[in-house]
Every structure is written in C-alpha cells, then in structure tokens.
Write a protein that binds this ligand. Structure first.
Ligand code: COA
Ligand code: ZN
Length: 308
C-alpha cells in the first residue's frame, strides 16, 4: 500500500492563532522534535506581514534555527512577493502560496479577491524561479474555502477547479484544497477529490481539513478512499484561520496517523515520537489540546481489571 505524506502545520496554522506568542526557542525545539518523527514535510512558519500575524514575526529566526533533516521538507506559507523573498533568503525547500476560492474570505484574509491573488501568484512564481539559490524550490498553492466559505456559503466545484487550473497555468506544482472552517462533509470531499484528480491527473493534491464540526477524520478517510495520499494535519489539533469567525483547529496529526496506521495504511511516522512531541504542547501554548489519542493512548493500550 502506498505510504501517505503528512505535512505538519501546527507551527504555522496552530501558532498563528494562539492567545500568546510561543517563544522562538520553543518553536525551534518543537520543529526539531517533529523532524525526527518521519513526517514528510513541516510547514514551519509563514512569511506574512508581522502586523497581520504578530505571533509569526520570528519566521526568519525560526527557519534559521531549526535542524534540517534529510527527507523532511521545510515549507512555509507566503502571501506575496515580499514573503517569497524573505522565505527564499532562508533556503526553504518549498513555498506554500495562499489564496481563497471565495471573494469574501479572500478580502478578509488577504485583502485580495481570487483573480488578484492569481496575479500575485504570477509574480511570486517568477521571483521563486529567478532566485539564484542552490536548490529547486517546490511551489505549492493552498486554496482556502474550497469546500465552502463562512461568509458566502457554497463555493461551486466548477469555481474551485477553475482556480486550480489558473494556479497550475502559472507554474504551481502542487495544490492543497483547504476546508478552512470545517464545512466539508465526506460525500462532498469524495466528489471534489475525484473531480480534481480526474481533471489534473499529474498534480499532487493535498487535503487540509479543520475539525470545526467534528468531521475532520471522516473527511480525511473519504479523501484517501478517493485516492488522496497527502494530508495537512496539526499536532494536538491546534490551528485556525484568524480571519474566519469561530474557526477552530485542524485535523489532529497524531489522531490521523493513529487512524491510518490502525487501518494498515503506512504513514512513515513514528507515532510514539509524535505523541511525545504532542505532549510538549500544553507547556508551550498554556492550555490543553483537542487531540484524543494523546489522552486516551493508542488502541492497543490495555488496562488492569478493576478489583472485584
Ligand atoms: N512580510 C513582511 N511584511 C509584509 C509582507 C510580508 N510578506 N507583506 C506586507 N508586509 C508589510 C508591508 O511592508 C507594509 O508594512 P509598512 O506598513 O511598515 O510599510 C505592510 O505589511 C502592509 O503592506 P501591503 O503590501 O499594503 O499589504 P496589505 O496591508 O494589503 O496586506 C497581506 C496584505 C496579505 C500581506 C497581509 O494582510 C498579510 O500578511 N496577511 C496574513 C494572512 C495570513 O497569514 N492569514 C492566515 C493564514 S491563511
Ligand atoms: Zn488551516
């Protein structure tokens, strides 16, 4: 069975919305622990405006401080050319461009409608390709609100596919379909994943689910059944979009890995090491996390019979 590729997003999607700033040294310590677990990639931070997302103002220091490990791609979110240039100066493996599939969320999050974002993308792709650095930087693009917009409601599948086509035409190499506020359901996920892969068979698609309505794992399972092998997930289930009302965390990485490993689907991730990393989180963020397996233990946990 083909191994999954898990992209850990807690250092970006998680730490961007925490109530407090996670100190740079703690971010570096967590990312280094995650790098040793077998994850395919780690979204380490975002190079956005420090006024917009003050908790990730230390992006340069974080990327400079972490240990780079063979086989673990370091990816970072970038919203514009300025962000791309800051990221490229840190020698990242991948940039993750971001735009919304809906006008309202695009304006709330990035001050751009989708078509304006695509214009930005053209300039970012050009900046990445013109960069004289040694390594080839992979260009991924995330499409927020692909399964529905918290302001507008339904986002038509045809619109999502049109925007994916626009991204690919500019030289984007991989696309992440994001359920930004947990509006997706498994039937919808199966449909969109099927349609996207049928229309763009050479494009690696990643699925990014938030567990806002408790459907995160069900949606991930539906995506896998539709042929998807790449998933974003967040340690402890942290995360959320600061520009979407009542947004909550991503599907939890250790719960996702546990589910797939229990099913016999290889993830390449050492679940015990991942659980140990997850156990670091409460002291870093100052609160309990929504992760389940870190509290319950793995399904093979056994208990003493109560005394009669
Ligand atoms: N890195 C650092 N600073 C940046 C920047 C970047 N990538 N992009 C813009 N800035 C700075 C500008 O230098 C400017 O600073 P100044 O006021 O000191 O001159 C300020 O931010 C405003 O720049 P402008 O180009 O007018 O951007 P904007 O105000 O239209 O903001 C975004 C657009 C997208 C850059 C900004 O809203 C942003 O970074 N949003 C974050 C979105 C996000 O991360 N959402 C959650 C994840 S999906
Ligand atoms: Zn997200």
């Amino acid at each position: 069975m083909t191994q999954l590729q898990i992209n850990e997003v807690a250092p970006r999607d998680g730490f961007q919305v925490e109530a407090t700033f996670v100190p740079t040294a703690d971010k570096v310590r967590l990312i280094d622990a995650l790098s040793a677990t077998g994850l395919a990639r780690i979204e380490a931070t975002s190079f956005v405006s420090p006024k917009a997302i003050p908790h990730l103002r230390d992006a340069t220091e974080v990327v400079a401080g972490i240990q780079r490990c063979q086989g673990v791609a370091i990816t970072v979110l970038v919203p514009n050319v300025k962000g791309a240039e800051r990221a490229l100066a840190c020698d990242v493996d991948e940039v993750n461009l971001v735009m919304s599939a809906s006008d309202s969320h695009g304006l709330a999050n990035l001050r751009m409608k989708p078509e304006q974002s695509l214009e930005q993308f053209a300039a970012i792709v050009q900046a990445v390709r013109a960069h004289p650095g040694g390594r080839e930087v992979f260009i991924n693009a995330s499409l927020s609100t692909s399964f529905g917009c918290p302001f507008e409601g339904e986002v038509p599948e045809a619109r999502v596919l049109e925007l994916v086509e626009g991204q690919l035409a500019l030289g984007v190499q991989g696309v992440t379909l994001c359920d930004t506020t947990g509006m997706a359901n498994p039937a919808q996920v199966a449909r969109l994943c099927g349609a996207a892969q049928a229309r763009f068979p050479d494009t690696p698609f990643t699925l990014h689910f938030h567990n806002t309505r408790g459907m995160g794992l069900a949606n991930a399972l539906a995506a896998w059944q539709a042929g998807i092998l790449r998933f974003d997930a967040s340690l402890g289930g942290l995360g959320g979009c600061p520009y979407a009302p009542d947004a909550t965390g991503n599907v939890c990485t250790e719960d996702l890995v546990h589910m797939f490993e229990q099913m016999g689907v290889p993830t390449g991730v050492d679940l015990d090491a991942l659980l140990a990393a997850s156990a670091m989180l409460p002291s870093l963020v100052g609160h309990d996390t929504p992760g389940q397996v870190v509290k319950a233990g793995k399904a093979n946990r056994r208990y003493q019979m109560p005394p009669r």
